[in-house]
Design a protein around this ligand. Structure first.
Ligand code: NAD
Length: 490
């Protein structure tokens, strides 16, 4: 499936669908620009089949299977991914261009953890109940039974394809739903490989379906506009999220949106510079800056500004761009040429806006084989006002702009001066200040002296343009189920 000119196929009702060569697109290696394979695009009819297969799986009793049976399925899926660990690593690295070292430690490891964590979370879940005093002096027992939402459309982006997909599929299946997933057109392979694992783990036909394609006028729209879906969980850009919301609105279905970010780091001058620079660098350059949680704005207290700027520039220069299959490679390419064009557009905007370039700002030359890839230099700027577009719009590349501040209040104001609200990181050695500032951030997740440390039982999501709702732990159980309050007169 992942090598040569093999097909990446759709998976519907427990079976891979024969591809139609006239309805297909190329799967491109972002590191070289070479075609890896063809991907079968799902048309309206196939999306209909997938949604009907999911409905049928529900009608055949999947929601009524004992919780233990569903959580054991999740554990078998985790074991199945583990057994094919290197297949997932090479498929994910080929699709995204990310170094195999990261794919191993982050993407595939987290996919396994997602299935195991949600097996635990669902197995341990309780339910709310209240004894209610009624006006006539008697009592009633109120309790809520949580029932699966039904058929859930799962739409995910290309930056952490398997991690984000399994973050949704695991709780959805554990709660007794059936899913139709639409991976990004850029990264179709691991969702498809997962279909083999889920099938072999014994999931009933129709509980997990994969349809490939694009957004508008393609599988993404066909799926979200489908009258037989019961909810949509979407991770992607804020503008696409808004479009999906409009598509779903007429049928008033629940949505969960994990969207873009323009995340700030606030660095106080009491820090240990070396340690903080290492953490900051990770938050800017991980996955070539293509993590929704990546830092793109760095506010540094004036006394520490020069040391932090110099340290970060040095770190950027030490990153090793190159063949993602080599173990020493730290940094891969951007996902595509069109994404690189977008990032280069911001390079021009920064220059026009009078930014001072600390490092980067161009396209690296890495040797013949990689010249066709979407490579870009890790880039840092100073000298931009908070109102500049580079400071306000999500760039989604290995970039950040540094701005000095004097007081704590000023730092909080600068960090919160954004339409987004996904993540923030506060770097300080003052414990009280760390808590205080982290709590003032208008974001879904606020780290102190760390970044991207994740607890899967915690609520995850964003404020403002960064999303609607939360997933993770109980929040996932709330999204993937619909409660019925039963009230019994005692
Ligand atoms: P995107 O919005 O372009 O695409 C996301 C998915 O939506 C893809 O599968 C795409 O095919 C599909 N899609 C596009 N148009 C659609 C439509 N009209 N109807 C239905 N589906 C449609 O995003 P992207 O470029 O793939 O990913 C990068 C973005 O994702 C960034 O903005 C990033 O911040 C965000 N992101 C957010 C989180 C989070 O947890 N908040 C995590 C990862 C990525």
């Amino acid at each position: 499936m992942t090598a040569g000119t093999d097909w990446v196929r759709n998976f519907v009702d427990g079976r891979f669908v024969d591809p139609n060569p006239d309805k297909a697109f190329d799967r491109i290696d972002p590191a070289t620009g070479q075609v890896l394979s063809r991907v079968a695009e799902a048309d309206q009819e196939l999306v209909d089949c997938a949604v009907v297969a999911a409905r049928t799986a529900l009608a055949r009793g999947w929601p009524d299977t004992p919780v233990r049976q569903r959580t054991e399925l999740l554990r078998r899926i985790a074991d199945g991914i583990e057994a094919r660990f290197e297949d997932f690593v090479s498929a994910e690295s080929a699709d995204t261009g990310k170094p195999v070292v990261s794919t191993r430690t982050l993407d595939v490891a987290r996919a396994i953890a997602n299935f195991r964590a949600f097996a635990d979370i669902v197995a341990a879940a309780g339910q709310e109940s209240f004894l209610t005093d009624l006006p006539d002096g008697t009592r009633a027992l109120n309790y809520a039974v949580r029932k699966p939402l039904g058929v859930v459309a799962v739409i995910v982006p290309w930056n952490l394809p398997l991690l984000l997909l399994t973050w949704k599929v695991a709780p959805a299946l554990a709660c007794g739903n059936a899913v139709v997933v639409k991976p990004s057109e850029e990264t179709p392979a691991t969702a498809t490989l997962l279909a083999e694992v889920i099938r072999d783990a014994g999931a009933p036909n129709g509980t997990y379906n994969v349809v490939h394609g694009f957004g508008s006028d393609s599988a993404g729209h066909f799926l979200t506009a489908h009258p037989l879906i019961d909810g949509v969980t979407f991770t992607g850009s804020s503008s696409t999220g808004a479009r999906v919301m409009a598509t779903v609105a007429p049928r008033v279905r629940p949505v969960s949106f994990e969207l873009g970010g323009k995340n700030a780091a606030v660095v106080f001058d009491d820090i240990d510079v070396e340690e903080t620079v290492a953490g900051l660098a990770r938050s800017v350059f991980t996955n070539t800056g293509q993590v929704c949680l990546c830092t793109e704005r760095i506010y540094v207290q004036r006394n520490a500004f020069d040391a932090v700027a110099a340290g970060l520039a040095e770190h950027a220069a030490s990153l090793r761009l190159g063949d993602p299959r080599r173990p020493e490679t730290t940094t891969g390419p951007l996902i595509s040429q069109s994404h690189r064009d977008k990032v280069l557009g911001y390079f021009r905007l920064a220059e026009e806006g009078g930014a001072k370039l600390l490092t980067g700002g161009g396209i690296p030359r890495l040797g013949e084989e990689l010249d066709g890839g979407a490579w870009i230099e890790p880039t840092l700027w100073t000298g931009l006002a908070n109102t500049h577009r580079v400071m306000r719009e999500e760039i989604f590349g290995p970039v950040a702009a540094l701005v000095p501040f004097d007081t704590e209040d000023e730092a909080v104001e600068l960090a919160n001066d954004t339409d987004y609200g996904l993540a923030a990181a506060v770097w300080t050695n003052d414990l009280r200040r760390g808590h205080r500032v982290a709590q003032k951030m208008r974001v879904g997740i606020s780290w102190v002296n760390t970044w991207f440390a994740r607890e899967l039982r915690s609520p995850f999501g964003g404020a403002g343009l960064s999303g609607i709702g939360r997933e993770g732990g109980e929040s996932s159980l709330h999204f993937y189920t619909e409660p019925t309050n039963v009230c019994v007169q005692l």
